[in-house]
Design a protein around this ligand. Structure first.
Ligand code: ATP
Ligand code: MG
Length: 185
């Protein structure tokens, strides 16, 4: 899976609609302290289904919604969408991928109403989104998304945790979810 574009609106410090095109190769985001670099990485995690508010550096999930400043009113919703292209070897099996291999996943949260997801315009469940990214060997906990302190966490991880990282990298994490589902039926 190749990420091509990230769109944000009302997400953390990105109150105005913001579009970030991601070209092939290495992308660098530079800027002064507090300008929102980490918020962008968090937006990628969030749209992939991150369910822990703590890992978004918040107390509750609604803390991702623009909270307002002295000069701007707070927002009532936040929206992030990610445009990805299917690559050879991706399963993308649970996704309604377009003929051009494009998949746009969108997550929206409203105050008091929780999160909702869409994939190429269709309403989908959080679970479907988790499978889409797991099948493409990525997701909110992918080792490819390296945040501050993560290197030390890998070194200190217990063997089971390290195994989970390897399984995500190998793209088989989705199989565990499906097995658990099958066992419950
Ligand atoms: P550093 O270089 O220090 O790591 P950074 O560029 O990674 O900085 P971020 O941590 O992404 O910066 O952004 C922090 C900024 O985002 C702070 O100014 C904080 O007030 C703002 N912010 C976070 N959540 C919200 C929110 N819900 N509403 C408005 N602003 C927010
Ligand atoms: Mg940062």
């Amino acid at each position: 899976m190749e990420i091509r574009r990230l769109k944000l609106s009302g997400f953390k410090s990105f109150v105005d609609a913001t579009e970030l095109r991601i070209e092939p190769g290495l992308t660098g985001i530079v800027g002064p302290n507090g300008c929102g670099k980490s918020n962008l990485l968090e937006a990628i995690r969030w749209v992939m289904g991150e369910s822990s508010a703590k890992s978004m550096r918040g107390g509750g999930m609604e803390d991702v919604i623009f909270a307002g400043t002295a000069s701007r009113a707070r927002r009532d919703f936040a929206e992030v969408s990610l445009l990805a292209i299917q690559e050879q070897g991706d399963l993308f099996s649970s996704a309604p991928v377009g003929a051009d291999g494009e998949l746009e996943v969108m997550r929206r949260i409203e105050r008091g109403a929780g999160s909702a997801y869409r994939a190429n315009g269709q309403d989908v469940r959080a679970k479907d989104v988790a499978l889409i990214f797991a099948d493409a060997a990525t997701g909110p906990h992918s080792p490819a998304l390296v945040s501050q302190g993560k290197i030390a966490a890998v070194i200190a991880a217990r063997p089971q945790e390290r195994r989970a990282m390897l399984e995500e990298a190998a793209g088989i994490a989705g199989l565990h979810v499906r097995r658990r589902d099958a066992e419950q039926k």
